[in-house]
Design a protein around this ligand. Structure first.
Ligand SMILES: Nc1ncnc2c1ncn2[C@@H]1O[C@H](COP(=O)(O)OP(=O)(O)OP(=O)(O)O)[C@@H](O)[C@H]1O
Ligand SMILES: [Mg+2]
Length: 333
């Protein structure tokens, strides 16, 4: 007798989850399969994602469809220069349902009105358009999985995943995230233009006027238990000592490159290994290979490297530095 699980044979919870979620997302979004995988990788290791891409490449649509397929609650917040931390976390207000007795006003008359951060998937659009104080409120929520308002802590729902989008840094009137904050994001995903064939296929999707309507047809393809099973599976993915040493060597190499002013941190190494575990499972394997590490190096490390000004002038990119680091570290066999 075999143990039947809703996610298929043992050891394939993440693959099965990905296939079901990707099928649903494809009803609405053409291409961008890699982004679906990377969002899942982040969700199963409890990391957060920065999405970068020009307007109109379906960043919002994708995040929305992906959340719906996973049955997760989704909120989108447009970050603006005048936004306050309380616009995100919520406010304490006077309760109006009971008339307070004269002089008897106490804590019970105060009600917490949760802000939009109380969700599973928070799309933080244009995070660098808001001043540091509000950015810090979001970062705190990401780090602690709770928010404090008026000295009272409120736990956030689980899972809690921030998908933040960023403007190009040169853009006027932006507040670029400091390196210390960027380091807290597990992945930075570049969302590019579609291929010609994909762009033609986008036009064939059902629209009502300019509005894509297939979003309403996205079915919930996973339960919280499926996600938990995939998480447990990823945590149980084994890592040989040589592969762990490879992760460390790649990360340390980024600190020695002549083009790099600030290399990747030990936190980056932890993030890289976690992402590589998810990558291994997405490829149907129960152990991490150097290839899984190399494949995740760019999305995990690119936002954490600060290049020297002269390298930037020569249009050298963080991805080039990561490629150089990978090329110069011997791959364990
Ligand atoms: N790959 C795609 N598949 C399906 N529709 C797409 C795709 N790319 C773009 N579109 C169309 O473009 C519209 C804009 O997408 P969306 O609002 O998600 O872009 P965005 O990347 O979030 O842009 P912005 O940066 O301005 O917020 C979608 O509603 C859809 O009609
Ligand atoms: Mg958008």
């Amino acid at each position: 007798m075999t143990m039947a699980t809703p996610s298929g044979p043992p050891g394939t919870a993440l693959v099965s989850l990905r296939d079901r979620v990707a099928t649903e997302v494809r009803r609405v979004v053409v291409g961008q399969d890699e982004v679906v995988d990377l969002l899942l990788a982040a969700a199963v290791v409890g990391g957060h994602v920065l999405l970068e891409g020009v307007p109109g490449v379906a960043k919002t649509l994708l995040a929305r469809a992906w959340s719906a397929a996973l049955g997760l609650d989704f909120r989108r917040v447009q970050f603006t220069p005048d936004m306050l931390p309380s616009d995100l976390s919520g406010t304490v207000t006077l309760r109006f349902d009971a008339m307070p007795v004269e002089g008897a006003r106490g804590r019970q008359d105060l009600a917490f009105r949760p802000g939009p951060v109380f969700t599973n998937v928070l799309l933080a659009d244009e995070i660098n358009r808001t001043p540091p104080k509000t950015q810090a409120a979001l970062l705190e929520a990401m780090q602690e999985a709770q928010v404090s308002v008026d000295g009272v802590s409120h736990p956030l729902p689980r899972p809690f995943l921030v998908v933040a989008t960023q403007n190009p840094i040169e853009y006027e009137g932006t507040y670029p995230l400091p390196e210390a904050q960027l380091d807290r994001f597990l992945l930075k995903v570049d969302v590019g233009y579609p291929t010609v064939a994909d762009e033609e296929a986008i036009l064939r999707l059902p629209h009502r006027g300019v509005t894509p309507i297939a979003l309403e047809e996205v079915q919930v393809a996973a339960t919280a238990a499926d996600l938990a099973a995939a998480q447990a599976e990823v945590d149980a993915t084994t890592v040989a000592d040589e592969v762990g040493a490879y992760v460390v060597a790649v990360v340390r190499r980024t600190r020695e490159l002549p083009s790099v002013a600030l290399g990747a941190s030990p936190r980056a190494a932890v993030h890289l290994l976690a992402a590589a575990r998810a990558a291994a499972r997405l490829r149907g394997r129960a152990f991490v290979t150097p290839d899984d590490v190399a494949g995740m190096a760019a999305p995990v490390l690119r936002h954490r490297l600060v290049l020297r000004p002269e390298a930037e002038l020569e249009r050298y990119r963080p991805d080039d530095a990561i490629a150089a680091a990978l090329a110069s570290v011997p791959v364990p066999r």
